[in-house]
Design a protein around this ligand. Structure first.
Ligand SMILES: [Zn+2]
Length: 192
């Protein structure tokens, strides 16, 4: 039997298995490397420092009071109208839709039971089930849903949850260095 004469000795050589393993590792790396999260989070907007909306119509901080005894379920990050909105971490698109209050929205699922939802989008640039890389553009800043009011500054509403429980997105998106940079530096007095 030719198959026996060729295949069996091959299977008995450790090099065959090691080669296969190395090949699988290279394949895995090629497929998965783009989805590695190199940072804890990438802020959804490109503006630096990242700032939370605060205008005549209200505050965009997490848990800020809203009408009807409600609380703000996320953070509102100021961004230029039409500017890109990026995925905070790599993940899969689990919701693309339009909601009365949230307007056009995208929701991503990340590993570890984390989810992120982006609302008031002008355009959506991903589709349901699509896998996205950390920092990949998923849509653009718009004024849809409740953000339509002229007095509300353009922003993206970001909601995050872990296993369905809302969490404060602030530590994920406010760059620590940027926050420190806003503090008064004694050596900096007198400069613009
Ligand atoms: Zn909001």
């Amino acid at each position: 039997m030719i198959a026996r004469r060729i295949v069996q000795p091959l299977l008995q050589r450790p090099g065959f298995w090691l080669g296969g393993l190395a090949g699988a590792a290279v394949m895995w790396a090629a497929l998965e490397l783009p989805y590695v999260n190199w940072r804890r989070a990438v802020p959804p907007v490109d503006e630096r420092p990242v700032s939370i909306r605060h205008d005549a119509r209200g505050s965009g901080t997490y848990q800020a009071p809203r009408s009807g005894n409600r609380r703000h379920r996320g953070v509102d990050l100021a961004g230029a109208l039409g500017g890109p909105i990026r995925a905070v971490r790599s993940g899969t698109v689990i919701q693309v839709g339009a909601h009365r209050g949230l307007g056009h929205l995208v929701e991503l699922e990340h590993v570890g039971g984390l989810t992120s939802l982006y609302a008031h989008l002008g355009t959506v640039q991903v589709r349901l089930g699509q896998r996205v890389r950390q920092g990949e553009i998923i849509g653009t800043v718009g004024k849809t849903g409740n953000a339509r009011h002229p007095a509300i500054a353009p922003h993206v509403h970001l909601e995050m949850a872990r296993r369905g429980q809302l969490i404060d997105p602030t530590p994920y998106v406010l760059d620590h260095a940027a926050v420190i940079g806003q503090e008064q530096d004694p050596d900096d007095v007198g400069r613009d």
